[in-house]
Design a protein around this ligand. Structure first.
Ligand code: C2E
Ligand code: CA
Ligand code: CA
Ligand code: CA
Length: 279
């Protein structure tokens, strides 16, 4: 991998521009981030509108760069994907998330799921099911505690392959979630073709929910549709009591957003869990 990195650097240097340099430097430092333990998982609760308790958790990646500070995953995940480093980092994410869920066995309700984001690149890796199975058996975690989140763009390249992988994971007892729902192009086709347990309504429809009757109509329709299909709803990016009230009255089961908590380090999440119910 290192040799490839140098070769492509030489290739680019002919037409070098600032953007390529920045990306190359980013990739170089990402190569050492894992061994230098610069990655951290932070955790955000998914809170039930029925009892105010934590019913799910999403694990999100943070990179604490030694000089640049904390860098957003929106910036470095695409670089991890392009360079293929994402596969190794994702294994670390899965192991860390599952081990953390096991460590919290005593402070969380037994049904609480740990959701991990899967990248498109992982979805083109035939070994993904084996990797996930290994992580589950190594950590001893019940499979139904693990939830994988995919987006439309994750599966768009090869829908048949995507379906096969999700079906295999489903057979292991792992839960499947469609992330960012409503932001892609053929969302409804995917709902029919993929074995999905959870639908996450994108923040896009939640942000102006209180003032925009069109967003209210869309949210209500998505929730109704998902329920007809037997799926559980998670609303993302919920920041206000007003948004919470609307979504709750529409029958949305789970609420994720700054209203309850930002994504926080494990130690803080444990304290949050001890303070349940959150509403
Ligand atoms: P995502 O999967 O849609 O994650 C939700 C994002 O919304 C997170 O941003 C979270 O911090 C943010 N968020 C949560 N609640 C609120 C809210 O109430 N208001 C607002 N404004 N934002 C909220 P984050 O952590 O910066 O992650 C950005 C994206 O990076 C994620 O979007 C996901 O696509 C990707 N990502 C993050 N961690 C991982 C990972 O471990 N693996 C992979 N493959 N992708 C990841
Ligand atoms: Ca997600
Ligand atoms: Ca999302
Ligand atoms: Ca997103």
């Amino acid at each position: 991998a290192k040799r490839n990195g140098r070769q492509s650097y030489r290739h680019y240097s002919a037409e070098m521009n600032a953007q390529v340099t920045a990306r190359t430097m980013l990739r170089e430092s990402l190569m050492y981030a894992l061994e230098k333990e610069q990655f951290e998982l932070v955790f955000q609760p998914q809170v039930s509108t029925l009892d105010g308790r934590i019913h799910g958790i999403e694990a999100l990646l943070r990179w604490h760069h030694p000089t640049a500070g904390t860098i957003s995953p929106a910036v470095f995940i695409p670089v991890l994907e392009d360079s293929g480093l994402i596969v190794e980092v994702s294994l670390w994410i899965l192991r860390t998330a599952c081990a953390q869920r096991m460590a919290w066995a005593d402070i969380l309700d037994d049904s609480v799921t740990m959701a991990v984001n899967l990248s498109a690149r992982q979805f083109s890796d035939e070994l993904i099911c084996k990797h996930i199975q290994d992580v589950i058996s190594d950590t001893g975690m019940p499979a139904h505690w693990l939830e994988v989140e995919v987006t439309e763009s994750t599966v768009i390249e090869d829908i048949d392959k995507g379906r096969r992988i999700l079906e295999d994971l489903h057979k292991l007892g792992i839960r499947t979630a469609m992330d960012d729902f409503g932001t892609g192009y053929s969302a409804l086709a995917y709902l029919k073709q993929l074995p999905l347990d959870v639908l996450k309504i994108d923040r896009l429809f939640v942000a102006n929910l209180a003032n925009d009757t069109k967003d209210q109509a869309i949210a209500r329709a998505i929730i109704g549709l998902a329920h007809e299909l037997g799926m559980t709803l998670v609303a993302e990016g919920v920041e206000t009591h007003e948004q919470y009230g609307l979504l709750s009255s529409m029958g949305c089961e789970l609420i994720q957003g700054y209203l309850f908590s930002r994504p926080i380090p494990a130690i803080d999440f444990a304290k949050l869990a001890l303070g349940q119910p959150l509403m």
